[in-house]
Design a binder for this molecule. Sequence first.
Ligand code: DQA
Length: 141
Amino acid sequence: MKILILNGPNLNLLGKREPGIYGSRGFLDYYEELRERYPEIEFDYYQSNIEGEMINKIHEVGFSWDGIVLNAGAYTHTSVALQDAIRGINTPVVEVHISNVHTREEFRHKSMISCACLGVICGFGLDSYRLGVEALIAHKG
Ligand code: DQA
């Protein structure tokens, strides 16, 4: 199985950014652990602060890879273009969030991308990504 982990804006700052909400662990450290846990899966990791670059990456893998675990950061709440990109590909996408967005500000309660995704996982810290991988494995069957 080939799975892309795709992180959006400000997620390059994980570990430094609002640690009370997002924790104090950098993403690359967590990503290594994830790869070790699933040696049979081929992972790629891509992070961008730029919406169009995220869309290009979705197009690049979206007709041949088995799944995308997507944390679109704040674009989750705004981006029709990301919704269209997800709708436009064949590869299933699981939307993930580190924090429980439903316990936070009201503007975070609305996702523009959920309706195009296989499902949504939020609120489990970095473990949300592993749960996203498990969802893709179960979906593939
Ligand atoms: C986030 C939640 C978003 O509302 C926020 O803009 C982020 C991170 C999360 O992982 O909890 O950047 O997607």
